[in-house]
Design a protein around this ligand. Structure first.
Ligand code: MAN
Length: 564
């Protein structure tokens, strides 16, 4: 409150045709800018009461600055802002500090904020025209987009109906399938027990018992032969040592005869041309016989003693011992559907004898290799018979079918929940249509791809390399679910790790457009990308057009706020 009114305050008061026309006052609080009976003004925050003449006197009296709506005297105070009418356009506001600062603020296209100099002409008519054209274009896009969006909504509704029907059918199937599994299990148990009983019975047959005994005997013989071979080797080694180390001049006749006999056993005996007479002569003759013979022939003979001709090879004996006798009982049990697998397992019948040993060693390896690669199926019959195998296959098939049905039910329930609520597919399920739709754009050295609700990728335009930029991680975390703002952002996270940096990620900024398209791609931070995307899914119908989503009113309010 100044004692001597300044030029500004005079002009400000003169500018007010009536008390309600105080310069710069927001019409929302205009009623407070009327002098009281005592000719006073109460600050809007109630902090003080001042003479009405102190309003707009270019001196700040109120703590909140509400006494100076038309000057810059209260700059920085909470209520210190200037309201401009912008007639013919949309009213605006500027901070009190910007009143009469010599700058034509765009918020006040009527130039009223520069009232002291009158330096800013009223440009509201032309600005309003441009604005209207922009708004008209936006509304046109919005209307066209909304029509497309409505097809998305219909799609979601149809999809919902289809899924609900499928869900009902699948739920009805479950009880039948559970019964099928139960019956198949009972049949399998029966077949298994019958098969066990039958095998037990057959095992009591004289033939089986005899074969088992034979096998036991073969087993024991094999052990005996192995032990004897060991013993023979020890004895031969011993005699070899003895024959090399013994002293022929010694008088130990027992040793001498043993060596002579050993050498006879392994070598060809040669009698000297002129045998000597007498006892000494006999000994010399014997020695000559022993020393005689050909070393190579002796070695061959020794080898023959150790490994006689006609010896049954170990693999043949092992084959007999390994034979699955129970399996033979089962496979003979009416298994007359001799399929290709059977042929494969009987391949040995066609293998020439000379190759059999090699084939036998390689067979297991070949069969497991073919089984691993799914070329053949190992026959179950050897383990439990064809009836059990069939029963087991039926039980497994019934279980698989029940599991598939249950899993489909869970999927449908999830999708229906996502369509029906506002969680995933928007207020009217409109985004369901875009689930899996991919759009892309070229930017610099890369083509950027976005698959809605799937993943984002960065593909090189120079080679075939590409980086994952992440998978769908949710909508706008700041927006309230169901509000327009909630659907204007999507997050894609956990992409390929950036060298020396974070995992790649994308923030998608969505707006209404008549097509699904990526408008621009930027990388504001290393490996953090921003996609600007248009989509009809965000073209909510205009107020007055039919039918608006629930949150439409909220969006309309947001829009008005933005404009003010
Ligand atoms: C690649 C691309 C770029 C990224 C760098 C980071 O070249 O993914 O977008 O900035 O890696 O090393």
């Amino acid at each position: 409150m100044k004692l001597v009114p300044t030029l500004f305050s005079l002009l400000a008061v003169l500018g007010a045709a009536s008390a309600g026309d105080v310069r710069g006052v927001d019409p929302a609080v205009a009623a407070r800018y009327v002098p009281s009976a005592e000719g006073t003004f109460a600050c809007l925050d109630g902090s003080s009461v001042i003479p009405f003449s102190a309003v707009n006197d270019d001196y700040c009296d109120c703590a909140d600055g509400s006494d100076e709506p038309g000057t810059s005297a209260c700059e920085g105070r909470s209520a210190a802002y200037f309201f401009c009418w912008n007639r013919g356009h949309i009213p605006g506001k500027v901070l009190a500090s910007r009143v009469n600062d010599g700058i034509c603020d765009p918020e006040c296209c009527d130039g009223s904020d520069e009232w002291a100099s009158g330096a800013c002409p009223d440009r509201c008519a032309e600005i309003s025209k441009v604005h209207r054209e922009k708004v008209d274009a936006e509304q046109k896009t919005r209307r066209t987009g909304a029509k497309i969006r409505s097809t998305y909504v219909s799609f979601a509704q149809k999809e919902k109906t289809r899924l609900e029907e499928e869900l009902a059918a699948k739920r009805a199937e479950v009880a039948d399938k559970e019964l099928e599994v139960e019956e198949a299990k009972a049949a399998l148990d029966r077949a298994e027990s019958q098969s066990r009983d039958a095998i037990e019975r057959k095992k009591q047959s004289p033939l089986y018992q005899s074969v088992e005994k034979h096998r036991d005997v073969v087993k024991r013989l094999k052990t005996d032969v192995e032990l004897l071979k060991d013993d023979l080797k020890t004895v031969l080694d011993l005699l070899e040592e003895l024959s090399k180390g013994y002293n022929p001049n010694g008088q130990d006749m027992a040793v001498k005869h043993a060596v002579i006999n050993y050498k006879e056993l392994i070598g060809r005996v040669e009698v000297p041309e002129t045998p000597k007479e007498g006892v000494e002569g006999e000994e010399a003759n014997a020695e000559a016989q022993v020393e005689g013979g050909e070393p190579e022939a002796a070695a061959a003979k020794l080898n023959h003693i150790r490994n006689p001709d006609g010896e049954i090879p170990n693999w043949q004996v092992d084959d007999v011992l390994r034979q699955d006798l129970e399996g033979l009982l089962v496979s003979n049990d009416g298994d007359d559907d001799d399929d290709e697998d059977g042929l494969l397992y009987r391949l040995e019948e066609y293998i020439p004898d000379s190759m059999f040993e090699y084939y036998d060693t390689a067979r297991e390896a070949i069969v497991s290799w073919l089984t691993d690669f799914g070329v053949i199926k190992r026959k179950q019959v050897a383990a439990d018979g064809p009836h059990v195998a069939t029963a087991r296959d039926k039980h497994r098939a019934a279980e698989r079918s029940l599991t598939d049905t249950r899993s489909r039910i869970r999927d449908i329930e999830t999708t229906l929940d996502q369509i029906s609520t506002q969680k995933h597919y928007g207020p009217q399920g409109e985004w369901k249509k875009l689930d899996g739709t991919c759009i892309d754009t070229v930017a610099g050295d890369y083509t950027y791809e976005l698959c809605f609700f799937g993943g984002a990728r960065q593909k090189s335009n120079k080679d075939s390399s590409s980086n994952s930029l992440g998978s769908f991680a949710g909508w706008n975390t700041e927006g309230e679910r169901g509000s327009y703002g909630y659907y204007t952002k999507q997050r894609y996270r956990n992409g390929a790790k950036c060298w020396n940096g974070p995992e790649r990620a994308v923030n998608v900024e969505l707006s209404c457009g008549t097509t699904n398209a990526i408008l621009s791609v930027t990388e504001p931070e290393k490996c953090e990308y921003k996609f600007k995307v248009t989509t009809p899914a965000l073209c909510w119908p205009l107020e007055g057009d039919k039918p608006a989503p629930k949150a439409q009113a909220a969006q309309a309010q947001d829009a008005v706020k933005d404009e003010l």
